[in-house]
Design a protein around this ligand. Sequence first.
Ligand code: ZN
Ligand code: ZN
Length: 393
Amino acid sequence: MPATKDYYETLGVDRKAKEDEIRKAYRRLARKYHPDLNPGDKAAEERFKTVQEAYDILSDSKKRQVYDQYGFYAENIPPGGPGAAGGAEEHTYGPDMGFGGFDFSEYVNRGQRGGTGAGAGAGGSFRDIFSQFFGGRNHAETPTEPERGSDLEYSLSIGFWDSIRGTQARLAISRQEICDVCGGSGSSGSGSTTCPECNGTGNVTQMAGAMKFQLTCPRCEGRGRLRNVCPKCHGDGRIGHSDPVEVRIPAGVQAGDRLRVPAKGNAGLMGGPPGDLYITVRVEEHPFFRRNGDNIEIQVPITVSEAGLGARIEVPTIDGRALLKVPQGTENGQKFRLRERGIQNPRKNSRGDEIVQVTIKAPDVHNERTRELLRELGQIEQEDPRQDIWSMV
Ligand SMILES: [Zn+2]
Ligand SMILES: [Zn+2]
């Protein structure tokens, strides 16, 4: 006998929980137990299914009403109708209704004798309800609609030069693939086993308050037997697989870029198309070159004489050395632009610049000749460089 399922307990919410509380609880649990996040974990997968089932019922106000009223949900129970009689039924029939099967005629008779207006009215409704049950309303055993496989998200760390020049990365991706034994059907051959839900009887008993109802087993649809599940994928039709995927990283890729590799996500269900693989790129920092958009920024020291007299100096770029003209009277911190020495933008077909910031290095005063020259220089430089500051404070 299956235990009565407490959907509120499954989602960990109060029976009076509001819609958004239920939705939040569902999202939290669905994230926790999602098969993609727990590959190969059967317990998590079962839990995920239970959570989905609970949410399916509790998120739908009509289904929830039926569930609240009867302690289970089945299609074609109209909410409200018999509910009006709910209170009366319970106290009238509760204690002595503990028989195994549901005796329909007795219930209707008693219902009509029950006397209260609501109770009498409920008789007819119940007949309709149970004719639906006994008529063998079937539920599909497994989803039969093709379903697209889910996308996968990975992050990949690459070196600075690989980000500039592009590279080919080989990633081991854990993904759900179509089971090669059953070809995705989840079943093996034409054999079958006894349905564990109903122990082969084709019927299950559900409790509603103190009443028991015998229903067609929803798992085997009353057949009492289930198809044999595929021994490799356990009926999923898919198996977790670590798969090497070659990914081309284009030149100029930037930290945070998200690359899409089509059809390399999880396999679809029932012939549905596979999802995509997304790779978020991280780029290791270079000790000297800094990237800013499509520009490369560097800092280069120059001497006092180069700053004062001007010079042509060699500076590093991502393609090797380049000449930079430092003009006469260059200030500390001044920036110069080397056009199109930056990064080739893969989307714009254009190249960024290199921005060179110069820092003036103090001369080596341990050298006596240098000190002499600086002293001389000091004598010539009569102007106070802080003059402007004093005029402002
Ligand atoms: Zn299989
Ligand atoms: Zn069954």
